[in-house]
Ligand binder design. Structure first.
Ligand SMILES: NC(=O)C1=CN([C@@H]2O[C@H](COP(=O)(O)OP(=O)(O)OC[C@H]3O[C@@H](n4cnc5c(N)ncnc54)[C@H](OP(=O)(O)O)[C@@H]3O)[C@@H](O)[C@H]2O)C=CC1
Ligand SMILES: CC1=C(/C=C/C(C)=C/C=C/C(C)=C/C=O)C(C)(C)CCC1
Length: 298
């Protein structure tokens, strides 16, 4: 919708979803752009036939820009997760992207033009406890794109990984409802305790304090799409810069491991207090911005 309602009218968007009966909210958000600069198509990234049918509707099976966004999360102790659920994550987040790129890249190569924009995650760069499979799927995405990049550049195709931290979408709610079903079956009591008493409360506070809106991520995505020389990686949340700096500072991985261990097991109260403080500052900043707007000062 952000692209389709671009004030300069630069984009014609084919927005896709796997279940077209859910298109109501998208149609509403698109408003007058619907049928003009925004069309809706069916596409399930896990279904090759659906990808082919969708692309067959495009002239020359070509798009200038692919934004690959479909993704699902999975949290919990490894022992309580089913292999089927793990495969579903890899199928959607990784093989879904692979299938899309494989289907779209030949036309981009023929045109010697295109931009592949992939919504990855900060977890494509740094693993987080109890997100083992989700992080693995995003690491796979990053390795795939990194390998593809040089060949793509030869054909004048740009590749960009957009790497958000937590985002306030339906993603978080889906994660937690999945956890209620998992109920830590098959895990030892100590691990179950770490997950339910340490990870979950910290993760909820972290989402509440540091998350971005989907609209904000959309603005970042628009920015990389419009860049004269699109970056290969683009992180959308500066709050995660220190976490990534630890990794860069010590390639052995020891520093990052020790820092996470301390945050989780030694300085939990400090972590939560800092996150609450961040949340308060953000709330105050929002209030201030609103007041300035009301006074006509911004
Ligand atoms: N929310 C977050 O904290 C973060 C999210 N991300 C990434 O951002 C992207 C968007 O997630 P977000 O909007 O937050 O989460 P949502 O759960 O709100 O949206 C994910 C979307 O992916 C769609 N989807 C899932 N499986 C398929 C499939 N097989 N084919 C087509 N579409 C599918 C879902 O459709 P349906 O409604 O049919 O299930 C849903 O619309 C994901 O790649 C995610 O990994 C990255 C960093 C943080
Ligand atoms: C950083 C951090 C934590 C959790 C981070 C989370 C939960 C990040 C979620 C990111 C998402 C959802 C990315 C989606 O792709 C802990 C373990 C609570 C404590 C230690 C520091």
């Amino acid at each position: 919708v952000r692209l389709a309602t671009d004030s300069q009218g630069r984009f014609k968007v084919l927005a896709t979803m796997r279940d077209l009966s859910c298109r109501g909210p998208l149609e509403e958000a698109a408003g007058s752009a619907l049928g003009q600069t925004l069309e809706i198509g069916q596409l399930d990234v896990c279904d090759e036939g659906s990808i082919t049918r969708c692309l067959d509707k495009l002239p020359g099976q070509y798009v200038d820009i692919l934004v690959s966004n479909a993704g699902i999360g999975l949290i919990g102790p490894l022992e309580s997760l089913s292999l089927d659920d793990m495969r579903q994550v890899m199928d959607t987040n990784f093989f879904g992207l692979v299938q899309l790129v494989r289907a779209l890249m030949p036309a981009m190569k023929r045109q010697r033009r295109g931009h592949i924009v992939v919504i990855s995650s900060i977890m494509g760069l740094q693993g987080i406890m109890f997100n083992d499979i989700y992080a693995a799927s995003k690491f796979a995405v990053e390795g795939f794109c990194e390998s593809l990049l040089v060949q793509a550049l030869r054909f004048n195709i740009s590749v960009t990984l957009v790497e958000p931290g937590p985002v306030t979408s339906e993603f978080e709610g889906k994660l937690y409802s999945g956890v209620e079903q998992v109920d830590c079956v098959g895990t030892d009591p100590e691990t179950a305790d770490i997950f339910t008493r340490i990870y979950l409360p910290n993760s909820r506070v972290l989402f509440a304090s540091l998350s971005q809106s989907p609209e904000d991520v959309a603005e970042h995505t628009l920015k990389v799409i419009c860049a004269r020389r699109p970056p290969f990686r683009h992180q959308t949340n500066p709050a995660y810069t220190p976490m990534l700096a630890l990794k860069r500072a010590d390639p052995s991985g020891e520093l990052a491991g020790a820092a996470f261990y301390s945050l989780v097991f030694r300085h939990g109260p400090l972590l939560r207090a800092s996150l609450h403080a961040v949340r308060l500052c953000r709330w105050k900043a929002r209030k201030l911005r609103k007041a300035l707007r009301l006074l006509g000062l911004s």
